[in-house]
Design a binder for this molecule. Structure first.
Ligand code: UDP
Length: 407
């Protein structure tokens, strides 16, 4: 496991020293993270790497995964989609299933850490047991709330307002709330299996094992099989240029324990790909970090054609590998991509198709985008910056009402 010292190579010695300085003021404070899946999706990806580093900074940190049955996950997936703007909302029974699962989890969870950090809507209502506890509660929202369905948001909001603060990933997600809102972008870990350097031989070996041929340039999207990631739009875009480029499309995905729609969307993608040998749809176990790393590195172009997005970690992952990225201009993606400088932003299937062809035909331009993208990620979206922001957040929660915090 990497230690803080190892991050100096990427983030600089100053950034790591700053973390130690900030953490000194918080030494011994305990920290609990709660989310709803141990594997799959961006939140689990981040917590896996972040929790050990908090421990190294002498803030004893735990990570608990909320438990729920089928009905709970079906309800919270509806919440997720509704908060991202799906007009179908949720039914009274969904809200009831949510409350029941919350109460069930409250029976077994110790919530008395100094800082309780709750991720996303699934465990948000745990705050109802906050009662007399003197600790600090933070709600970390990884979702784009800018088009939230009023029914679902109206149900969750009274819970959210019982927290000390709400943490969002992009200024566009801010809501009218009675509690402070803090902007903290997510991050990638340059030392994880998902992102660490791999040499060409390793990459080739892994792709051989996965039976992904490398005789044509790969255009790849890595995403959970989720409609909001628009896998079918990606296939349509590729089909529209297929005759004029020499390339192979690869859709790689998996599922998350808290996402019941994954299997269905995977089948839809397989159907759309049909028997075309230049369109590969691959489902991998959610722990395939090295495999995803190798696939991203082997690709000529990376897509993330999301229709809605929280932050979109896959974009930073691809940029970190110096890849040209074509991505939907939604959620936190425009923070990561400045159009035509560190990638390209698209708004339609036609836009995605146009840029796929451009980038495949202009490798020098594509390479420049990737280089700029890597530097942008190095400066803004590495784990060390994320840890610093959280430490500052804890300090501000602990010193609520003070204008100055003396370090
Ligand atoms: N991911 C993965 N395997 C997959 C699909 C996705 O490991 O089959 C990872 C991906 O590399 C990224 C995370 O899951 O680290 C997805 O985070 P993102 O913010 O892009 O989207 P989310 O799934 O949280 O909506």
């Amino acid at each position: 496991m990497a230690s803080l010292e190892d991050y100096k190579d990427f983030a600089g010695a100053d950034a790591v020293d700053e973390l130690r300085l900030l953490a000194q003021r918080l030494r011994g404070r305990t920290l609990l993270h709660v989310n709803s899946t141990a594997v799959g999706g961006g939140v689990a990806e981040i917590l896996n790497r972040m929790v050990p580093l908090f421990n190294e900074l002498e803030m004893p940190a735990r990570w608990e995964v909320m438990k729920g049955g089928e009905e709970f996950y079906a309800a919270t997936k509806k919440f997720h989609n509704a908060l991202h703007g799906d007009p179908h909302g949720a039914s009274p029974r969904d809200f009831q299933a949510y409350e029941e699962a919350t109460d069930e989890n409250l029976k077994g969870l110790a919530l008395d850490s100094d800082f309780v950090f709750i991720h996303d809507p699934q465990p948000a209502a745990l705050v109802k047991k906050r009662g007399e506890l003197k600790n600090r509660w933070l709600w970390r929202c990884h979702i784009d709330l800018s088009h939230a369905d009023p029914g679902v948001w109206g149900f969750l909001r009274p819970y959210v307002e019982r927290y000390d603060a709400c943490v969002i990933s992009s200024p566009a997600f801010a809501q009218t709330l009675s509690i402070p809102q803090m902007l903290v972008a997510p991050s990638i870990d340059p030392l994880s299996d998902k992102n660490r350097d791999l040499d060409d031989a390793e990459v080739r070996l892994i792709l051989e094992r996965l039976k992904i041929p490398l005789d044509k340039p790969l255009v790849t999207q890595v995403s959970r099989f989720d409609r909001l990631k628009d896998p079918l739009g990606v296939i349509r875009a590729f089909r529209s240029i297929q005759k004029s480029v020499r390339a192979r499309l690869l859709l790689v995905g998996g599922s998350a324990d808290d996402d019941p729609e994954g299997a269905q969307v995977y089948r839809e993608a397989l159907d759309a790909a049909g028997s075309d040998e230049d369109i590969l749809v691959l489902s991998l176990p959610p722990t395939s970090h090295l495999e995803i790393n190798a696939i991203q590195r082997a690709s000529a172009v990376i897509l993330q054609k999301s229709l809605r997005e929280g932050f979109g970690l896959t974009v930073s992952e691809a940029l970190w590998k110096g890849k040209p990225v074509i991505a939907g201009a939604v959620g936190g993606i425009p923070q990561q991509i400045m159009h035509r400088r560190s990638g390209v932003l698209v708004h339609s299937i036609e836009g995605a198709a146009y840029w796929m062809r451009q980038l495949l035909q202009q490798p020098d331009f594509a390479r420049r985008l990737g280089q700029n993208g890597r530097e942008h990620v190095r400066r803004n979206f590495l784990l060390t910056r994320h840890l610093r922001d959280y430490l500052l957040l804890f300090l501000s929660a602990e010193n609520r009402g003070s204008d100055f915090i003396r370090l």
